[in-house]
Design a protein. Structure first.
Lengths: 420, 413
């Protein structure tokens, strides 16, 4: 018998607000949380806009040791996981800990703290033979990307399969996909799945400057993230974290949990094309969509909403539009497809999980979040991108897609319970 | 397609890039002879650091095997992974020209990323300014670099993944590849290679209490001995070609081993004694997955951290999981002669296990003479034995425990 996978709790730290209510309020109002960078002095950089989180770890319930030892992105995950577990109603202490896993994604891990301590150790980049006496404590925990899943597993007493996934900007979707597989295959009954990144630091901003991937629209921070709009000129870097409680459906039913939706399908492929480039055909993303739908036993005409990768680079938006048309056929023109990156920016590995949380809320509440800042259509992007205003409509099946540096193309299908 | 559980995963190609040898032949010769290549660290900029001994790869010229356009946009950890992947693909004689590009996927594990490349670019940024950061920083430093580049270089469009994990992630990558094959992918290029010996990368590791500070290469890493004083870090790793077994046999590929079972648990960072139960459970899960009785295990490749408390926990876990057989089965830790290349470590152990089964030889644990735990650690000379089933163990410094059961390639299905 196939084991089905329910979403029974969600938690989030996103730009514009911490926690599910603030996040959903931002999305449904179509507000943007992009602004001039405040986390460091960005005056010497090409792109000086970002979507930052106003985050107070103590207010989110993190203890002193977590605050001292966990990097900013790990703190996002800890806060989001705590909210998700609370919302799920699970008493994890009463569960078999060997059946509880963690699967979290991050594209760049502890880059911000690594850079901070590098500056100290190298006397501001003046020496290759860095001085180990100048760095702060617990740097080894920052260096190890597995620290992300490890911290969250320790906080919740998980002893089952615990992993950190790092597939660039599809890390969040893939971490959720792997968690889905592990429950389906019977390796765990409960998995805390999601992603976090806090990449707003000089080195990350500079490396995207170098390839002109990010926006140079510094004069209009609130309007700088414009996915699918003809005037877009690159993505807006973001940060954040999101965690979902994934649970074997019968396990959730036995304890009378509210099932927000089910994860129905997941697939990922490589484009074997270019580390940062995308084809105009979108063949590989289309294949991921097809397989994820097949896994969910959903016909393409059943897709009610597509949560786009929609980063706001010209090549992404065209690639993705082509991929969705290839997979959904004529139905693509009737299907709303929006990018919440217009509001919360692109938080690299974290965004896939943030988008799946948005999809969960969209399904549960029957509201499609809009693409903010979308005003001038691009003739090559001719789908319904839900301009500026959220749309109320019943949803049963939604699709979330993503592309990542390295060529990763992933798709996750979520369904209302009973939709298959 | 066969049902998922009927799709077995065969290892048909192996590529090794290790401190004691590049290529499986050189690696096996040094491993079998128990040669230790641990040496004072020689990398520029590391002379003054309190880490004195490492396992460096000194016989590898990336420019001789990797095209210039890939070379400039990648870190050493990706050079090593690409070189190992080439060797594995050549070994497997996998011809993908006629098949669907979607039939082959790539999965790697890494715990350190492109540290040397990253340190150079950080130096440009902070020493000269933002405009001096090069265009490849965005794709060389991050953990997904090796999977992405191997996928592009080989034209592999199947499921691609990256386990950014502690050391145990090396085995988890093999398990991930096996799941990909069970779910319908024909072949996976899988493994890990690490290059954690740039000066700032070493600075980042100095906080590990488990790191050996010994300056004597002969004394720095002596797992399971009374003189155990921590582990020595290393670079390198191994890549494999994993294939659906019946397809591999149909095309006449050499089935070098079968990935028969895997188990993974997490017991955190609060103390190594907790890994006893975690590792034992991982072993039991892996044996059950492989339908393998404890007595069938012919050799154990130990995690062998070289920290007394951790060694004790592992020795007890082996007997907890294997019963009386646990104190008789040969246990070995060739990594005492190469150091631990983070996620690459368990892949090197997997390579050694496959070679050990093929040659009927258990390689020794270099340097160790006294064993202060109740396990049959192989020391001194290699031991001849009929080996049909090998168990590979791995633990990570962030608290993961992983176990893998391998069957010899000619084992009955």
């Amino acid at each position: 018998m196939t084991r089905r996978v329910a979403v029974t709790g969600i938690g989030i730290v996103a730009p514009g607000g911490v926690g599910v209510p603030a996040f959903w309020d931002l999305l449904t109002a179509g507000r943007t949380a992009t602004r001039g960078i405040t986390l460091f002095d960005a005056s010497g950089y090409r792109s000086r806009v970002a979507a930052e989180c106003d985050f107070d770890p103590a207010a989110c319930g993190l203890d002193d040791e977590q605050i001292a030892t966990a990097d900013r992105y790990v703190q996002f995950a800890l806060a989001a996981a705590a909210e998700a577990v609370r919302a799920s109603g699970l008493d994890l202490a009463a569960e078999d800990p060997w059946r509880v896993g963690v699967s979290l994604g991050s594209a760049v891990g502890g880059t911000t703290r690594l850079e901070h301590d590098y500056v100290l150790a190298s006397a501001s980049g003046s020496r290759w033979d860095v001085d180990h006496r100048r760095v702060g404590p617990h740097l080894e925990r920052v260096f190890a990307p597995s620290t992300l899943a490890s911290h969250v597993a320790e906080a919740h007493g998980a002893h089952g399969p615990v992993q950190t996934v790092s597939t660039g900007c599809t890390s969040g979707l893939d971490a959720i996909g792997y968690a889905f597989h592990s429950i389906e295959e019977g390796r765990a009954d409960i998995v805390l799945a999601g992603a976090a990144d806090s990449p707003i630091s000089p080195i990350t901003v500079a490396c995207f400057d170098a390839i002109k991937a990010t926006t140079a629209n510094n004069d209009d921070p609130a309007g700088a993230s414009r996915p699918f709009d003809a005037r877009r000129d690159g993505f807006v870097l973001g940060e954040g974290g999101a965690v979902l409680v994934l649970e074997e459906l019968e396990h959730a039913r036995r304890r009378g949990a509210e099932v927000l939706c089910e994860v129905g399908g997941f697939a990922t492929f490589g484009n074997a094309y270019h580390m940062t480039g995308l084809t105009t055909e979108g063949l590989e993303m289309s294949r991921a969509i097809d397989e994820a739908l097949a896994h969910a036993r959903a016909d393409r005409t059943e897709v009610d909403y597509v949560n786009a990768h929609g980063s706001g680079t010209k090549q992404n938006d065209r690639h993705e539009t082509a991929a969705v048309k290839r997979s959904l056929g004529e139905h693509a023109y009737e299907t709303p497809m929006s990018s919440i990156k217009s509001m919360v920016g692109h938080s690299l590995g974290a965004i896939g999980a943030i988008e799946v949380v948005a999809c969960t809320l969209a399904l549960a509440r029957g509201v499609v979040p809009p693409t903010a800042n979308y005003e001038v259509p691009d003739p090559e992007c001719d789908l319904d991108y839900v301009p500026r205003t959220a749309r109320e409509m019943p949803l049963r099946t939604v699709l979330s897609v993503g592309s990542g540096f390295g060529g990763f193309q992933s798709a996750v299908v979520l369904r209302r319970t009973g939709a298959r | 397609m066969d049902s998922p559980t009927k799709r077995r995963t065969a290892l048909t190609g192996m590529g090794v890039v290790a401190p004691n040898g590049v290529g499986a032949d050189a690696f096996w010769k040094a491993t079998k002879e128990g040669v230790s290549v641990l040496d004072p660290i020689s990398r520029e900029g590391c002379e003054h650091l309190p880490l004195k001994v490492a396992g460096e790869i000194r016989s590898f010229d990336p420019a001789s095997v990797i095209e210039g356009r890939y070379l400039v946009q990648t870190d050493r950890f990706t050079h090593l992974a690409m070189a190992a992947a080439d060797l594995a693909l050549e070994d497997a004689r996998l011809d993908t020209a006629d098949g669907s590009p979607f039939a082959v996927g790539v999965v790697t594990a890494t715990g350190s990323g492109g540290g040397e490349f990253g340190q150079h670019e950080l130096q440009r940024l902070w020493g000269q300014g933002p405009r001096f950061v090069g265009p490849y920083q965005s794709i060389a430093w991050f953990y997904a670099a090796s999977t992405g580049q191997i996928s592009i270089r080989g034209g592999f469009k199947g499921p691609c993944g990256v386990v950014a994990s502690d050391e145990a992630g090396g085995l988890d990558a093999l398990a991930h590849a096996r799941r990909g094959i069970r779910r319908g992918t024909d072949a996976m290029v899988v493994g890990a290679a690490e290059a954690p010996l740039a000066p700032y990368s070493i600075v980042c590791q100095l906080g590990y209490d488990e790191l050996s500070r010994s300056a004597d290469p002969a004394r720095a890493y002596l797992p399971f001995s009374a003189d155990a004083c921590g582990f020595v870090p290393a670079e390198g790793g191994a890549m494999f070609v994993a294939e659906e077994e019946s397809a591999a046999r149909r095309r006449g590929a050499p089935v070098r081993a079968v990935v028969a079972g895997h188990g993974a648990t997490f017991t955190g960072t609060a103390g190594w004694e907790r890994s006893r139960e975690g590792l034992a459970r991982a072993v039991r899960t892996a044996l059950e997955d492989a339908a393998c009785a404890p007595e069938e295990v012919d050799v154990v490749f130990a995690d062998a951290l070289g920290v007394p408390e951790a060694d004790r926990a592992e020795a007890l876990a082996i007997t907890d999981a294997l019963g009386p057989h646990g104190s008789r089965v040969p246990v070995t830790a060739p990594k005492a002669g190469t150091g631990r290349a983070y996620c690459g470590t368990a892949l090197l152990d997997t390579a050694a296990a496959v070679l050990a089964m093929e040659h009927g030889v258990v390689p020794p644990t270099p340097g160790v003479t006294d064993v202060c735990h109740d396990i049959a650690l192989v020391t001194g000379l290699a031991r001849t034995a009929e080996l049909r089933t090998a168990l590979v163990l791995s633990r990570g410094l962030m608290g993961s425990n992983s176990a893998l059961v391998l069957r010899r390639g000619d084992a009955p299905t």
